[in-house]
Write a protein that binds this ligand. Structure first.
Ligand SMILES: C[S@@+](CC[C@H](N)C(=O)[O-])C[C@H]1O[C@@H](n2cnc3c(N)ncnc32)[C@H](O)[C@@H]1O
Length: 264
C-alpha cells in the first residue's frame, strides 16, 4: 500500500521506474508512521546490549533513530549510522541531537552492502583504503549494531562478511534480527510454513524488501572467527522469531590472516 501511496499520493509517478528508490521511499513512509510504536519493546536483552556500546560504533540501518536513546553517548566516541533511506535522515539527525550525540554522530547515506558502505565510510574519512587489497582488513569499529536490518540487506552472506571485516579484532557485534523459524530444533513447523505463505503473498514486496526466511544466524557464524558467539532465539515458535545477542570477533584474527597470507 505504501508503494502505491508514494507513487500516487506524493505525485511521484516516475519513482516507479527506480525500484530501489521506490523501495526506500515507501519503507520510509511506513517507518515514519509506525517506527516509534514498533520500537518501545524489543526482544531479549537488546536494550541492555545497546547501552553497553562503546568506542567507535557503526549502527546499520538506524531508521529515524528509534533505538538511539538506548546508546550511552558518554561511552561512545563516534557513532556512524548507515541509512540508505534519505527520507529518514532528517528524523535521524534530530534524534541524534536529542540523544546527546552532537558532533559525534555521522549519518551516512548508504546501505550495509560493501559496494555502498565502503565508499561512504571512505568519504567520511574513517576508512583508509590504501591498505592491503584496498580493504579495511584491520577493522575500524569497536562495535557494529545490526538491529532489525539484516532481513533486508542485499546478498546477506557477503554483506555480513563485509561487516565482520570492518570490526576491529576483539570488536563486538550486537544483533537483534528476525530469522527463518528454527522448526527442526526449537521452532514450529506451522510457523515455518506460514513464513513461506507470507513470502509468496508478497511480504518482501510490501515490507520494503524485508525477508522472513533468512538463515542469519548461520551467515553470522560463517562470516569469520569469533571468540564469543552468543545468540539466542526469542519467540522460536512464532512466525517472526528473533535471534538476539552479542558476538566478539576473534582478538587474534588479524595475526592469523597475516600468517595465512604469508603462507600462500
Ligand atoms: C525495520 S527498520 C529498523 C530501524 C532500526 N535499526 C531500529 O531497529 O529501530 C530497517 C532499517 O534498515 C534500513 N535498510 C534497508 N535496507 C538497508 C540496507 N541495504 N543497508 C542498511 N540499512 C538498510 C531501512 O531503511 C530501515 O531504516
Amino acid at each position: 500500500m505504501t508503494i502505491l501511496e508514494t507513487v500516487f499520493l506524493e505525485l511521484r509517478p516516475f519513482t516507479i521506474f527506480n525500484l530501489t528508490k521506490l523501495r526506500f521511499k515507501s519503507f520510509a513512509r511506513l517507518w515514519k508512521h509506525n517506527g516509534e510504536a514498533m520500537s518501545t519493546e524489543m526482544p531479549g536483552p537488546t536494550f541492555q546490549l545497546l547501552s553497553e556500546c562503546r568506542g567507535i560504533v557503526l549502527d546499520i540501518g538506524p531508521g529515524s533513530g528509534e533505538i538511539m536513546p538506548h546508546f550511552n553517548p558518554t561511552m561512545i566516541r563516534a557513532l556512524y549510522g548507515a541509512e540508505p533511506a534519505e527520507d529518514l535522515h532528517p528524523g535521524l539527525r534530530r534524534k541524534a541531537q536529542e540523544s546527546g550525540f552532537g558532533a559525534k554522530f555521522h549519518p551516512l547515506l548508504c546501505g550495509a552492502e560493501p559496494e555502498s558502505l565502503i565508499p561512504a565510510l571512505h568519504k567520511s574519512g574513517i576508512l583508509d583504503l590504501s591498505g592491503k587489497d584496498g580493504l579495511a582488513s584491520e577493522g575500524v569499529f569497536d562495535e557494529i549494531c545490526c538491529v532489525r536490518v539484516l532481513c533486508g540487506v542485499p546478498h546477506a552472506e557477503q554483506t555480513i562478511k563485509g561487516l565482520y571485516n570492518l570490526l576491529k579484532p576483539g570488536g563486538r557485534m550486537v544483533v537483534c534480527e528476525h530469522v527463518a523459524n528454527p522448526w527442526r530444533t526449537e521452532g514450529r513447523v506451522t510457523a515455518r510454513f506460514m513464513q513461506l505463505v507470507y513470502t509468496v503473498l508478497g511480504w518482501p514486496f510490501f515490507m520494503g524488501g524485508c525477508e522472513l526466511q533468512r538463515h542469519t544466524m548461520g551467515y553470522l557464524r560463517d562470516a569469520g572467527e569469533w571468540d564469543k558467539f552468543d545468540l539466542k532465539y526469542y519467540g522460536p515458535t512464532d512466525c517472526i522469531p528473533f535471534v538476539v545477542g552479542e558476538l566478539i570477533k576473534e582478538a587474534g584474527s588479524l595475526e592469523k590472516s597475516y600468517a595465512q597470507a604469508v603462507k600462500k
